[in-house]
Design a protein around this ligand. Structure first.
Ligand code: C5P
Length: 225
């Protein structure tokens, strides 16, 4: 079975709470996701902090703009030395190709349909097809344009795993240990994500809001063994 790595989402309020979290998991978790809320407030010093603690960064800013602007954003991310970045596949082939052409760049992970969508809320955005077929079309476009990985919910891991070669990273957020009572709709547990073939799982609130984050991380890592 494939090795599945945990990416901890550093969705903390500020730099100092990110520092607290990193000090807890230094040497235990290798990958950390820096998203729009912490990065908007604190900027590149968060990335330096992760690197200082020996970790690697998935910069999850979900870029979506004209090709030249996104290309320059990826070049900036490259200067920060991040491991991977996310970009919306719906930005189109030209946008992804421009980014894929950058030498020695971070991995490009494509966003298709967010895990917070269910069929009803997705239909309201104007897409004509259901989530699975939209995801299938978008992932074909993304992979043929040069992506290194696809972000998807647990519901689509199997389809994408079967469709693409083993070196295409499959990255699954929407991970829950029990039931979700929040904005995530298409959820799955760590063990199932591993069985289906995810390379990475992204976990935020189940750890951040846990009364015992260390124990929760231990439980997740055990499921991934
Ligand atoms: O707290 P939770 O475990 O839901 O966190 C999931 C993280 O993954 C959030 O930071 C969210 O922005 C991110 N994410 C996601 N769905 C995607 C891509 C990223 O939930 N498709």
């Amino acid at each position: 079975m494939k090795n599945t790595e945990l990416i901890l989402a550093l969705d903390t309020e500020n730099f100092s709470s990110a520092e607290d979290l990193l000090s807890k998991f230094k040497g235990i978790i290798k990958y950390y996701k820096v998203g729009s809320s912490l990065f908007t407030l604190e900027g590149p010093k968060v990335i330096e902090l992760v690197h200082k603690c020996g970790g690697q960064v998935f910069l999850d800013l979900k870029f979506h703009d004209i090709p030249n602007t996104v290309k320059n954003a990826i070049i900036s991310a490259q200067k920060l030395g991040v491991y991977a970045v996310s970009l919306h596949i719906s930005g189109g082939a030209r946008m992804i190709e421009k980014c894929a052409g950058i030498a020695k760049r971070p991995k490009l992970w494509g966003i298709s349909v967010l895990t917070s969508f269910d069929e009803e809320s997705f239909a309201m955005t104007g897409f004509k097809n259901d989530i699975a077929s939209s995801m299938s079309m978008l992932s074909d476009l993304g992979v043929s344009s040069g992506l290194d990985g696809l972000v998807c919910s647990g519901f689509e891991i199997k389809m994408l795993r079967n469709k693409f070669p083993a070196n295409m990273d499959i990255v699954a957020p929407g991970i829950r240990l029990g039931n979700a009572n929040d904005d995530q709709k298409r959820i799955i547990n760590p063990k199932k994500a591993k069985e289906l073939g995810a390379d990475f799982i992204v976990v935020g609130r189940p750890v951040l809001n846990s009364s015992n984050p260390e124990e929760t991380v231990r439980a997740i890592l055990k499921e991934l063994e």
